[in-house]
Design a binder for this molecule. Structure first.
Ligand code: AMP
Length: 179
């Protein structure tokens, strides 16, 4: 990585590793493990996701299974917010709402506990990567069904050519890195 580049987002972008044809042919997988493994980069990713929300009164950070958990829990800790896991079907123990979504490489059913939110409380939805937007759109629908009010939907990485933002409609969307 080029440490001479002092722009934190550019440093993060340079650290993302491209894995061609994973998990299936034609998909260029954006591997974030080099960011996770580097103490300065991991801190910088969490800071860039958290800073914009300081003092905005967010009560909950909803995080998407599984890579969203890693950044989302750290962001929630920084903001003094709680964490709500949005998990693949069959993983949450209490009663759930569920939504099925199309992914860039398959389909998935996401779930959230029915009592995850106090009605109307402001929620930040966070995931590692926005591709087609199907996952985040399903997660957003779950949050609203469970009574949460989405303040913003944030990603570390956005694949802009897939135009996933369109699926997120009226919600504000922010990403740290774009490809
Ligand atoms: P999508 O629903 O198409 O926006 O896909 C987003 C979800 O799938 C995120 O939780 C990502 O972790 C994962 N994902 C989709 N495409 C990729 C990719 N090219 N590289 C890494 N993760 C991906």
């Amino acid at each position: 990585m080029n440490r001479a580049n002092s722009d934190p987002a550019a440093q993060l972008k340079a650290a993302v590793r491209d894995i061609p044809d994973f998990p299936k042919p034609g998909i260029l997988f954006k591997d974030i493990t080099p960011i996770l493994a580097d103490p300065a980069l991991f801190r910088s990713a969490v800071d860039l996701l958290a800073e914009r929300h300081r003092g905005r009164g967010l009560r909950k950070v909803a995080v998407i299974d599984a890579r969203g958990f890693i950044f989302g829990a750290a962001v929630a800790y920084q903001l003094g917010a709680g964490v709500v896991p949005i998990r693949k079907k069959g993983k949450l123990p209490f009663r759930t709402f569920e939504e099925t979504c199309e992914l860039e490489y398959g389909t998935a059913t996401l779930t959230v506990h029915v009592d995850a939110f106090t009605p109307g409380e402001p929620v930040l939805l966070l995931d590692d990567l926005l591709a087609t937007g199907g996952t985040a759109a399903a997660a957003a629908a779950l949050i609203e069904r469970a009574g949460g009010c989405i303040a913003e939907i944030d990603f570390l990485i956005e694949l802009t050519f897939l135009k996933g933002r369109i699926k997120l409609g009226r919600h504000p969307v922010f990403s740290v890195i774009q490809f």
